[in-house]
Design a protein around this ligand. Structure first.
Ligand code: CP3
Length: 342
Protein backbone atom coordinates (compact mmCIF):
# COMPACT_ATOMS: atom_id res chain seq x y z
CA UNK A 1 0.00 0.00 0.00
CA UNK A 2 1.46 3.34 -1.04
CA UNK A 3 0.97 6.09 1.51
CA UNK A 4 0.52 9.66 0.39
CA UNK A 5 1.02 11.07 3.87
CA UNK A 6 4.48 12.67 4.26
CA UNK A 7 4.10 12.62 8.07
CA UNK A 8 3.64 8.82 8.16
CA UNK A 9 6.21 8.16 5.40
CA UNK A 10 8.90 9.54 7.67
CA UNK A 11 8.21 6.76 10.20
CA UNK A 12 8.40 4.13 7.48
CA UNK A 13 12.00 5.10 6.86
CA UNK A 14 11.70 7.38 3.85
CA UNK A 15 12.79 10.99 3.95
CA UNK A 16 10.25 13.13 2.08
CA UNK A 17 11.52 15.91 -0.22
CA UNK A 18 10.55 18.46 2.44
CA UNK A 19 10.10 17.90 6.17
CA UNK A 20 6.53 17.42 7.40
CA UNK A 21 5.13 20.16 9.63
CA UNK A 22 2.42 20.56 12.27
CA UNK A 23 2.32 22.69 15.44
CA UNK A 24 1.48 21.79 19.02
CA UNK A 25 -1.80 23.53 20.00
CA UNK A 26 -2.37 24.34 16.32
CA UNK A 27 -6.11 24.50 17.04
CA UNK A 28 -6.44 27.34 19.49
CA UNK A 29 -6.90 30.92 20.46
CA UNK A 30 -4.52 32.49 17.92
CA UNK A 31 -7.15 31.59 15.26
CA UNK A 32 -10.20 33.90 14.97
CA UNK A 33 -12.32 30.97 13.72
CA UNK A 34 -11.38 29.00 16.87
CA UNK A 35 -12.44 31.90 19.10
CA UNK A 36 -15.81 31.96 17.26
CA UNK A 37 -16.36 28.18 17.60
CA UNK A 38 -15.31 28.32 21.25
CA UNK A 39 -18.32 30.61 21.98
CA UNK A 40 -20.70 27.80 21.00
CA UNK A 41 -19.81 25.65 24.05
CA UNK A 42 -20.60 26.68 27.64
CA UNK A 43 -17.26 25.36 28.93
CA UNK A 44 -13.93 24.18 27.54
CA UNK A 45 -14.69 20.53 28.44
CA UNK A 46 -18.13 20.75 26.81
CA UNK A 47 -16.23 21.92 23.74
CA UNK A 48 -13.95 18.86 23.92
CA UNK A 49 -16.92 16.52 24.48
CA UNK A 50 -19.06 17.82 21.57
CA UNK A 51 -17.88 15.90 18.50
CA UNK A 52 -19.22 18.43 16.00
CA UNK A 53 -17.25 21.26 17.68
CA UNK A 54 -14.10 19.19 18.31
CA UNK A 55 -14.06 18.09 14.65
CA UNK A 56 -14.48 21.69 13.51
CA UNK A 57 -11.61 22.92 15.77
CA UNK A 58 -9.35 20.06 14.60
CA UNK A 59 -9.98 20.88 10.94
CA UNK A 60 -9.60 24.68 11.19
CA UNK A 61 -5.77 24.79 11.10
CA UNK A 62 -5.74 22.15 8.34
CA UNK A 63 -8.07 24.23 6.14
CA UNK A 64 -6.09 27.40 6.77
CA UNK A 65 -2.52 26.10 6.59
CA UNK A 66 -2.62 22.55 5.15
CA UNK A 67 -0.42 21.09 7.91
CA UNK A 68 0.79 17.51 7.32
CA UNK A 69 -0.90 16.28 10.49
CA UNK A 70 -4.04 17.15 12.45
CA UNK A 71 -4.08 16.57 16.21
CA UNK A 72 -7.48 15.75 17.65
CA UNK A 73 -8.95 18.65 19.59
CA UNK A 74 -9.22 17.48 23.20
CA UNK A 75 -7.18 17.87 26.40
CA UNK A 76 -4.90 15.69 28.50
CA UNK A 77 -7.19 16.25 31.52
CA UNK A 78 -10.08 14.23 30.07
CA UNK A 79 -8.40 11.21 31.71
CA UNK A 80 -8.77 12.41 35.33
CA UNK A 81 -12.24 13.61 34.38
CA UNK A 82 -13.13 10.09 33.18
CA UNK A 83 -11.55 8.56 36.31
CA UNK A 84 -14.11 10.37 38.47
CA UNK A 85 -12.07 13.47 39.34
CA UNK A 86 -14.11 16.22 37.67
CA UNK A 87 -12.15 18.90 35.80
CA UNK A 88 -13.22 22.50 35.17
CA UNK A 89 -11.35 25.23 33.35
CA UNK A 90 -11.41 28.71 34.85
CA UNK A 91 -11.28 31.34 32.09
CA UNK A 92 -7.84 32.94 31.94
CA UNK A 93 -6.49 30.77 34.80
CA UNK A 94 -6.46 27.13 33.77
CA UNK A 95 -7.66 23.77 35.04
CA UNK A 96 -9.15 23.10 38.48
CA UNK A 97 -9.70 19.68 40.10
CA UNK A 98 -10.44 18.65 43.70
CA UNK A 99 -6.86 17.98 44.86
CA UNK A 100 -5.64 14.59 46.05
CA UNK A 101 -4.08 15.70 49.32
CA UNK A 102 -3.55 12.37 51.02
CA UNK A 103 -3.57 8.67 50.06
CA UNK A 104 -7.14 8.15 51.34
CA UNK A 105 -8.37 10.57 48.64
CA UNK A 106 -7.27 8.08 45.98
CA UNK A 107 -10.31 5.97 46.87
CA UNK A 108 -12.46 8.68 45.25
CA UNK A 109 -11.09 7.63 41.89
CA UNK A 110 -12.83 4.98 39.81
CA UNK A 111 -10.75 1.87 39.17
CA UNK A 112 -11.60 1.89 35.47
CA UNK A 113 -11.72 4.66 32.93
CA UNK A 114 -15.30 5.71 32.11
CA UNK A 115 -15.02 5.17 28.36
CA UNK A 116 -18.67 6.16 27.98
CA UNK A 117 -17.69 9.70 29.05
CA UNK A 118 -14.84 9.66 26.52
CA UNK A 119 -16.99 8.36 23.65
CA UNK A 120 -17.35 11.90 22.17
CA UNK A 121 -13.54 12.01 21.78
CA UNK A 122 -13.62 8.78 19.76
CA UNK A 123 -16.61 10.05 17.75
CA UNK A 124 -14.61 13.22 16.98
CA UNK A 125 -11.68 11.10 15.77
CA UNK A 126 -13.95 9.07 13.46
CA UNK A 127 -15.56 12.24 12.07
CA UNK A 128 -12.23 14.02 11.63
CA UNK A 129 -10.63 11.07 9.87
CA UNK A 130 -13.50 10.96 7.38
CA UNK A 131 -13.19 14.68 6.67
CA UNK A 132 -9.39 15.07 6.42
CA UNK A 133 -7.61 15.45 3.07
CA UNK A 134 -5.89 12.23 1.87
CA UNK A 135 -2.40 13.55 2.57
CA UNK A 136 -3.06 14.61 6.19
CA UNK A 137 -2.32 12.24 9.08
CA UNK A 138 -4.44 12.21 12.25
CA UNK A 139 -2.70 12.25 15.66
CA UNK A 140 -4.30 11.11 18.92
CA UNK A 141 -2.75 11.91 22.30
CA UNK A 142 -2.78 11.60 26.06
CA UNK A 143 -0.92 13.15 28.97
CA UNK A 144 1.78 10.89 30.43
CA UNK A 145 1.02 9.43 33.89
CA UNK A 146 3.47 11.72 35.73
CA UNK A 147 2.13 14.93 34.15
CA UNK A 148 -1.47 13.84 34.78
CA UNK A 149 -0.62 12.99 38.39
CA UNK A 150 0.84 16.48 38.95
CA UNK A 151 -2.50 18.11 38.05
CA UNK A 152 -4.54 15.47 39.91
CA UNK A 153 -2.61 15.96 43.15
CA UNK A 154 -2.25 19.76 43.10
CA UNK A 155 -5.71 20.25 41.61
CA UNK A 156 -4.26 22.90 39.29
CA UNK A 157 -1.11 23.93 37.51
CA UNK A 158 1.76 25.07 39.76
CA UNK A 159 5.20 26.50 38.87
CA UNK A 160 7.18 23.47 40.11
CA UNK A 161 4.64 20.67 40.74
CA UNK A 162 5.80 20.58 44.38
CA UNK A 163 2.54 18.99 45.66
CA UNK A 164 2.97 15.85 43.50
CA UNK A 165 6.69 15.62 44.22
CA UNK A 166 6.11 15.85 47.98
CA UNK A 167 3.24 13.33 47.79
CA UNK A 168 5.48 10.87 45.89
CA UNK A 169 8.27 11.19 48.53
CA UNK A 170 5.88 10.86 51.47
CA UNK A 171 3.64 8.13 50.07
CA UNK A 172 5.65 6.16 47.49
CA UNK A 173 3.40 3.10 47.55
CA UNK A 174 0.18 5.08 47.15
CA UNK A 175 1.81 7.20 44.45
CA UNK A 176 2.98 4.10 42.56
CA UNK A 177 -0.62 2.87 42.71
CA UNK A 178 -1.84 6.10 41.13
CA UNK A 179 0.78 5.90 38.37
CA UNK A 180 -0.22 2.29 37.76
CA UNK A 181 -3.86 3.26 37.33
CA UNK A 182 -2.84 6.04 34.96
CA UNK A 183 -0.69 3.68 32.86
CA UNK A 184 -3.80 1.54 32.36
CA UNK A 185 -6.04 4.52 31.68
CA UNK A 186 -3.59 6.06 29.15
CA UNK A 187 -3.19 2.72 27.37
CA UNK A 188 -6.94 2.22 27.13
CA UNK A 189 -7.53 5.79 25.92
CA UNK A 190 -4.80 5.61 23.26
CA UNK A 191 -5.95 2.16 22.13
CA UNK A 192 -9.48 3.45 21.63
CA UNK A 193 -8.21 6.54 19.81
CA UNK A 194 -6.27 4.32 17.41
CA UNK A 195 -9.35 2.15 16.87
CA UNK A 196 -11.31 5.35 16.12
CA UNK A 197 -8.84 6.46 13.43
CA UNK A 198 -5.72 7.97 15.05
CA UNK A 199 -2.75 7.07 12.81
CA UNK A 200 -0.06 8.13 15.32
CA UNK A 201 -0.16 9.07 19.00
CA UNK A 202 1.76 11.54 21.16
CA UNK A 203 2.32 11.17 24.90
CA UNK A 204 2.74 14.63 26.51
CA UNK A 205 5.01 14.54 29.56
CA UNK A 206 5.18 18.30 30.01
CA UNK A 207 6.60 18.03 33.54
CA UNK A 208 9.21 15.28 32.94
CA UNK A 209 12.10 17.74 33.26
CA UNK A 210 11.50 18.69 36.87
CA UNK A 211 12.36 15.33 38.46
CA UNK A 212 15.67 14.02 39.87
CA UNK A 213 17.16 11.02 38.05
CA UNK A 214 15.66 8.15 40.07
CA UNK A 215 12.20 9.69 40.15
CA UNK A 216 12.42 10.51 36.44
CA UNK A 217 13.12 6.83 35.74
CA UNK A 218 10.35 5.57 38.04
CA UNK A 219 7.58 8.07 37.22
CA UNK A 220 8.34 9.04 33.59
CA UNK A 221 10.47 6.49 31.74
CA UNK A 222 8.99 3.25 33.10
CA UNK A 223 5.32 4.25 32.85
CA UNK A 224 5.77 5.49 29.26
CA UNK A 225 7.70 2.30 28.41
CA UNK A 226 4.77 0.22 29.66
CA UNK A 227 2.24 2.20 27.63
CA UNK A 228 4.38 1.79 24.49
CA UNK A 229 4.78 -1.95 25.12
CA UNK A 230 1.03 -2.45 25.54
CA UNK A 231 0.14 -0.45 22.41
CA UNK A 232 2.69 -2.37 20.32
CA UNK A 233 1.06 -5.71 21.22
CA UNK A 234 -2.04 -4.62 19.33
CA UNK A 235 -0.99 -1.86 16.97
CA UNK A 236 2.68 -2.33 16.06
CA UNK A 237 2.37 -0.11 12.98
CA UNK A 238 1.16 3.04 14.78
CA UNK A 239 4.00 5.52 15.46
CA UNK A 240 4.31 6.69 19.06
CA UNK A 241 5.82 10.12 19.78
CA UNK A 242 7.20 10.74 23.27
CA UNK A 243 7.44 14.33 24.55
CA UNK A 244 9.47 14.29 27.77
CA UNK A 245 9.66 18.08 28.00
CA UNK A 246 12.74 19.78 29.42
CA UNK A 247 14.79 16.65 30.21
CA UNK A 248 17.91 18.43 28.90
CA UNK A 249 19.63 15.37 27.37
CA UNK A 250 19.67 11.60 27.60
CA UNK A 251 17.43 11.37 24.52
CA UNK A 252 18.97 8.15 23.26
CA UNK A 253 18.60 6.52 26.68
CA UNK A 254 14.97 7.67 26.86
CA UNK A 255 14.21 6.37 23.37
CA UNK A 256 15.88 3.01 24.06
CA UNK A 257 14.18 2.55 27.41
CA UNK A 258 10.71 3.50 26.17
CA UNK A 259 10.98 2.33 22.53
CA UNK A 260 9.12 5.39 21.24
CA UNK A 261 9.36 5.97 17.47
CA UNK A 262 9.86 9.72 17.79
CA UNK A 263 10.97 12.26 20.34
CA UNK A 264 9.38 15.67 20.71
CA UNK A 265 12.11 18.17 21.63
CA UNK A 266 11.43 21.23 23.74
CA UNK A 267 12.90 24.64 22.97
CA UNK A 268 15.92 24.34 25.28
CA UNK A 269 16.95 20.94 23.82
CA UNK A 270 20.24 21.09 21.92
CA UNK A 271 18.93 19.93 18.57
CA UNK A 272 22.33 19.10 17.03
CA UNK A 273 23.30 16.92 20.00
CA UNK A 274 19.93 15.19 20.02
CA UNK A 275 20.05 14.40 16.30
CA UNK A 276 23.60 13.10 16.61
CA UNK A 277 22.83 11.01 19.69
CA UNK A 278 19.74 9.48 18.12
CA UNK A 279 21.69 8.55 14.99
CA UNK A 280 18.61 8.35 12.72
CA UNK A 281 17.10 5.52 14.79
CA UNK A 282 14.39 7.77 16.09
CA UNK A 283 12.42 10.54 14.37
CA UNK A 284 12.82 13.97 15.99
CA UNK A 285 10.15 16.66 16.22
CA UNK A 286 9.86 20.21 17.43
CA UNK A 287 12.39 22.50 19.13
CA UNK A 288 11.46 25.78 17.40
CA UNK A 289 10.88 28.49 20.03
CA UNK A 290 7.17 29.49 20.23
CA UNK A 291 8.41 33.01 21.02
CA UNK A 292 10.45 33.27 17.81
CA UNK A 293 7.30 32.32 15.88
CA UNK A 294 5.46 35.03 17.80
CA UNK A 295 8.23 37.58 17.09
CA UNK A 296 8.57 36.69 13.39
CA UNK A 297 10.79 38.71 11.02
CA UNK A 298 14.43 37.84 10.45
CA UNK A 299 14.70 36.10 13.85
CA UNK A 300 12.14 33.54 12.69
CA UNK A 301 13.83 33.10 9.32
CA UNK A 302 17.22 32.56 10.96
CA UNK A 303 15.88 30.15 13.57
CA UNK A 304 14.15 28.08 10.89
CA UNK A 305 17.21 28.09 8.61
CA UNK A 306 19.37 26.88 11.50
CA UNK A 307 16.87 24.15 12.37
CA UNK A 308 16.61 22.96 8.76
CA UNK A 309 20.41 22.92 8.41
CA UNK A 310 20.90 20.83 11.56
CA UNK A 311 18.17 18.36 10.57
CA UNK A 312 19.00 18.17 6.85
CA UNK A 313 20.11 14.54 7.02
CA UNK A 314 17.79 13.55 9.86
CA UNK A 315 14.19 12.42 9.95
CA UNK A 316 12.69 15.54 11.53
CA UNK A 317 9.15 16.89 11.87
CA UNK A 318 9.05 20.69 11.98
CA UNK A 319 7.13 21.78 15.09
CA UNK A 320 7.49 24.05 18.11
CA UNK A 321 9.22 23.23 21.40
CA UNK A 322 5.88 23.82 23.19
CA UNK A 323 2.39 25.02 22.23
CA UNK A 324 1.77 27.98 19.92
CA UNK A 325 1.03 31.13 21.93
CA UNK A 326 -2.33 32.92 21.58
CA UNK A 327 -0.82 36.31 20.44
CA UNK A 328 1.08 34.65 17.54
CA UNK A 329 0.27 36.46 14.25
CA UNK A 330 -1.21 34.18 11.59
CA UNK A 331 1.14 35.74 9.00
CA UNK A 332 4.11 34.28 10.91
CA UNK A 333 2.65 30.77 10.70
CA UNK A 334 2.10 31.28 6.96
CA UNK A 335 5.68 32.47 6.57
CA UNK A 336 6.99 29.42 8.46
CA UNK A 337 5.07 26.97 6.26
CA UNK A 338 6.06 28.79 3.06
CA UNK A 339 9.75 28.56 3.96
CA UNK A 340 9.59 24.92 5.07
CA UNK A 341 7.92 23.99 1.80
CA UNK A 342 10.33 26.14 -0.19
O1 CP3 B 1 -2.41 20.62 20.24
C1 CP3 B 1 -3.61 20.74 19.95
O2 CP3 B 1 -4.04 21.62 19.16
C2 CP3 B 1 -4.60 19.71 20.48
C3 CP3 B 1 -5.31 20.07 21.67
C4 CP3 B 1 -4.60 20.17 23.01
C5 CP3 B 1 -5.06 21.04 24.02
N1 CP3 B 1 -4.33 20.81 25.15
C6 CP3 B 1 -6.17 22.01 23.86
C7 CP3 B 1 -6.29 23.11 24.84
C8 CP3 B 1 -3.52 19.44 23.54
C9 CP3 B 1 -2.63 18.42 22.88
C10 CP3 B 1 -3.38 19.84 24.90
C11 CP3 B 1 -2.37 19.26 25.80
C12 CP3 B 1 -2.27 19.74 27.17
N2 CP3 B 1 -3.26 20.22 27.97
C13 CP3 B 1 -1.06 19.71 27.93
C14 CP3 B 1 0.26 19.14 27.46
C15 CP3 B 1 1.03 20.07 26.60
C16 CP3 B 1 1.47 21.33 27.31
O3 CP3 B 1 0.94 22.39 26.97
O4 CP3 B 1 2.36 21.24 28.18
C17 CP3 B 1 -1.36 20.23 29.21
C18 CP3 B 1 -0.38 20.39 30.34
C19 CP3 B 1 -2.77 20.53 29.23
C20 CP3 B 1 -3.57 21.05 30.37
C21 CP3 B 1 -4.16 22.36 30.08
N3 CP3 B 1 -5.18 22.57 29.16
C22 CP3 B 1 -3.83 23.61 30.65
C23 CP3 B 1 -2.75 23.81 31.70
C24 CP3 B 1 -4.67 24.56 30.05
C25 CP3 B 1 -4.76 26.03 30.43
C26 CP3 B 1 -3.65 26.83 29.85
C27 CP3 B 1 -4.05 27.48 28.57
O5 CP3 B 1 -3.26 27.43 27.61
O6 CP3 B 1 -5.15 28.07 28.55
C28 CP3 B 1 -5.49 23.91 29.09
C29 CP3 B 1 -6.52 24.53 28.24
C30 CP3 B 1 -6.47 24.24 26.77
N4 CP3 B 1 -6.23 23.02 26.20
C31 CP3 B 1 -6.70 25.19 25.73
C32 CP3 B 1 -6.60 24.49 24.52
C33 CP3 B 1 -6.81 25.03 23.13
C34 CP3 B 1 -7.06 26.66 25.94
C35 CP3 B 1 -8.42 26.83 26.53
C36 CP3 B 1 -9.42 27.58 25.67
O7 CP3 B 1 -9.30 27.66 24.44
O8 CP3 B 1 -10.37 28.10 26.26
Amino acid sequence: MVSVKPFLDLFRGSRPARPPIWLMRQAGRYLPEYRETRKRAPSFLDFCYTPELAIEATLQPIRRFGFDAAIIFSDILVIPDALGQPVRFVEGEGPRLDPIEEPSHLSRLASDLDVERLEPVYAALRGTRAALPDDTALIGFCGAPWTLATYMIAGRGTPDQAPARIFAYRHPVAFAGLIERLVEACTEHLMRQIEAGAEAVQVFDSWAGILPEDEFRAWCVEPVARIVWALRQKHPQVPIIGFPRAIAGGYRAFAEATQVDALGLDTAARLGNAVEELDDRVVTQGNLDPLVLLAGGSALDHALDALLAVTEDARHIVNLGHGILPPTPIAHVERLIERVRG
